[in-house]
Ligand binder design. Structure first.
Ligand code: PXP
Length: 243
């Protein structure tokens, strides 16, 4: 089952910040959530600093860098502003993602083939600073070859389509696509991570694919944390009210 190595989990805490930003206050704090995730055994923490700062703020990334004991993976768009931030904060890794201002979440993978020249230059800068670079791409052979060409250390396979398809046949096809992509990337010496849309129901078949090092999972974990924490939260408030 899985790869020969132990599979790792990177917990994405963006949506803890989404709840905080909805009120414009200081709670819940994604840094506190990251520390709890680490205490529960998470292998790394991921945050996406979006250009519009809709959830994670610059300060969150700075405080996470100083606080967490595992690895900080910064998801970001390929812009000069974000590259400068990464070079200042020095996360352990950067995952480059496409970013659309009106999307609810990252839609589709990066077109590495189209962006080869700027990617090559920016990846070299990040690597010189000791940052591992991962590219979030569709499980597509051209994108994998281009990722290798531009000097990426890792690819992160976009699992969104696998998560969205409705029939068993389509799911099998998508799993096959991911499996091929993992093996093609490994042959080129690229490390392989995966993520997007993974939840408690759909994780098992992807986790069984050999060679995926780390899964980055956000929404489903934060969604479950809200629900499994509700009982205790209500009881604590009732205790204060009724003694
Ligand atoms: N990996 C990447 C590159 C992403 O952009 C996201 C979403 O921020 C995730 C993983 C996590 O996706 P989800 O929140 O659906 O688990």
């Amino acid at each position: 089952m899985g790869s020969d190595k132990v599979i790792k989990l990177g917990v994405n805490v963006d949506h803890v910040a989404t709840i905080r930003q909805a009120r414009g206050v200081s709670e819940p704090d994604p840094v506190a959530a990251a520390i709890l995730a680490e205490l529960a055994g998470a292998d790394g923490i991921t945050v996406h600093l979006r250009e519009d700062r809709r959830h994670i703020q610059d300060r969150d990334v700075e405080v996470l860098r100083q606080t967490i004991k595992t690895r900080l993976n910064l998801e970001m768009a390929l812009t000069d502003e974000m590259i400068a931030i990464a070079l200042r904060i020095l996360p352990d890794s950067v995952t480059l993602v496409p970013e659309g201002r009106h999307e609810l979440t990252t839609e589709g993978g990066l077109d590495v083939t189209l962006l080869q020249a700027p990617l090559k230059q920016k990846i070299a800068l990040l690597k010189q600073a000791g940052i591992l670079v991962s590219l979030f791409i569709e499980p597509d052979i051209d994108q994998i070859r281009s990722s290798h060409k531009v000097g990426a250390d890792y690819i992160e396979i976009h699992t969104g389509t696998y998560c969205e398809v409705r029939t068993d046949k389509e799911r099998r096809e998508q799993l096959q696509r991911i499996e091929w992509a993992v093996s093609a990337a490994q042959k080129l010496g690229l490390g392989v991570n995966a993520g997007h849309g993974l939840d408690y129901r759909n994780i098992a078949p992807v986790a069984a694919i050999r060679g995926i090092e780390e899964f980055n999972i956000g929404h489903s974990i934060v969604a479950r944390a809200v629900l499994v924490g509700m009982d205790r939260a209500v009881r604590e408030m009732l205790q204060l009210l009724k003694g």
